[in-house]
Design a protein around this ligand. Structure first.
Ligand code: NAD
Length: 335
């Protein structure tokens, strides 16, 4: 099939070409992010492959449907950037990559925790400058601490398992408790209890209308003083201004982010020669106890290969009249 691939980087091209090595599909790569202005590039392609910061709102979907797009193949697990109700109305099928490497994201999450706790990001710079002082680098043992995992699906369950293996007491919150976590000794508790008792809070639920700004002024207030907050899920889970206030007051002792609410204008691009206009993001960068990575938690060889192979397989299935990894407005099929 003819596929327009948006938000393409060199690694996308490399792995998608490898997944399409039999040449069955014809891929056209566009560096542009998908939005109202760039949607016309997809004219004449029945399939569009999109990434996390492509905008698939009602207007864009309308343009795509009119131009003949029939399938949106998401190169991601999350689908919060798609107006699914509009897609359904327009007869556009949406498929995704449900689990490409949950280990990639879980391991990055733990990496943020360890780096922030032991201040490895600061020691890296100090040692290179010949500064071997330990002042300000004091960490804490993870062993014996309480970690709260919000969302114990594929990724959250792996994070919980690693934290249990560190000797943490793990509390969790999910709409549906995961029996695998319960077997590990993870306790499901109401969110208020999780926030009040956790030394570390880590977010692994999807971004939905219910979870948007789950971390806000009120919930920051319910957390332990000096808490470590980690978000590798979706930026919209966190009201950034509330977190900035929490950092200023010391309520939040550590903040690790791989995602940011307004990341669409920043992440995946080299902006090192530009003046960044996002003042809230720039404020975050001034705190010594904040560590931000640019949506790279998924970025392992295994994950990128799986994304490419599943995307191509989803498109092949569609061409053959089968439905694989479909996303619908009220549910995800299959779970
Ligand atoms: P998943 O669907 O397997 O698990 C999500 C879990 O969240 C489910 O158990 C679900 O029941 C739970 N949940 C839903 N609503 C909830 C709520 N209101 N409160 C508490 N729990 C709730 O998803 P996953 O594969 O584990 O991925 C988790 C998130 O990680 C994704 O939604 C995606 O946004 C994000 N993600 C980020 C990256 C990255 O590179 N940073 C990569 C992949 C996925």
């Amino acid at each position: 099939m003819k596929i327009s691939v948006f938000s393409t980087k060199t690694y996308d091209r490399e792995f998608l070409d490898a997944a399409n090595r039999d040449g069955r599909h014809e891929l056209a790569y566009f560096e542009a992010r998908l939005n109202e202005k760039t949607a016309p590039l997809a004219a004449g392609f029945p399939v569009l492959a999109a990434f996390v910061n492509d905008n698939l709102n009602a207007e864009v979907l309308g343009i795509l449907a009119e131009q003949g797009t029939r399938l949106i193949a998401l190169r991601s697990a999350g689908f919060n950037h798609v107006d699914l109700a509009s897609a359904e109305k327009l007869g556009l099928r949406v498929v995704r990559v449900p689990a490409y490497s949950p280990y990639a994201v879980a391991e990055h999450t733990i990496g943020l925790m360890l780096t922030l706790n032991r201040k490895i990001h600061r020691s890296f710079n100090r040692v290179r400058e010949g500064n071997f002082s330990l002042d300000g680098l004091l960490g804490f043992d993870l062993h014996g601490k309480t970690a709260g995992v919000i969302g114990t699906g594929t990724i959250g369950a792996i994070v919980a398992r690693i934290l249990v293996s560190f000797g943490c007491r793990v509390l969790a919150q999910d709409l549906r408790p995961n029996p695998e976590c319960e077997r590990l000794g993870v306790s499901y508790v109401p969110v208020e209890e999780l926030l009040a008792e956790s030394d570390i809070v880590t977010l692994h639920c999807p971004l939905t209308p219910e979870t948007r700004h789950l971390i806000c002024t009120r919930t920051v207030g319910e957390m332990k003083s000096g808490v470590m907050l980690i978000n590798t899920s979706r930026g919209g889970l966190v009201a950034t201004e509330a977190v900035v206030a929490g950092l200023k007051s010391g309520k939040i002792g550590y903040l690790g982010l791989d995602v940011y609410e307004e990341e669409g204008d920043l992440f995946f691009e080299d902006l090192s020669q530009e003046v960044i206009q996002d003042d809230i993001f720039m404020r975050l960068l001034t705190f010594p106890n904040v560590l931000i990575t640019g949506h790279q938690a998924f970025f392992t060889r295994e994950a990128v290969r799986n994304i490419a192979e599943t995307t191509i397989a989803n498109i092949t299935a569609f061409e053959e009249g089968r439905v694989e990894n479909s996303v619908q407005s009220d549910r995800v099929v299959p779970r």
